[in-house]
Design a protein. Structure first.
Length: 91
């Protein structure tokens, strides 16, 4: 149960950050309209009504490749001297 709550909190934070930084823009372009409800002897009927409409614009991420030169450090390995004694003083 805790894992589900933590996942929902993380998703909510991601959505808030996306809207706050302008990566996602949500604009309502049509308001909601409630249906007309009438009650008769035969029951209740509802007519009309309209759900709101939203225009959602998202940012884009461009992924590509390019050639570049990377300097790699040189590694020099020298042989240890024949009579060298190695000790480990760490205790």
């Amino acid at each position: 149960m805790r894992a589900i709550i933590l996942i929902l909190i993380a998703v909510l934070l991601v959505v808030l950050v996306a809207i706050g930084t302008g990566f996602v823009s949500i604009n309502q372009i049509r308001g909601a309209k409630a249906p007309e409800v009438s009650a008769t002897r035969n029951g209740v009927t509802a007519t009309g009504g309209e759900a709101p409409a939203f225009d959602v614009a998202t940012g884009s991420v461009k992924v590509g490749t390019k050639e570049t030169t990377v300097k790699v450090p040189a590694l020099v390995v020298e042989k240890a001297e024949h009579n060298q004694v190695v000790t480990n003083n760490a205790q």
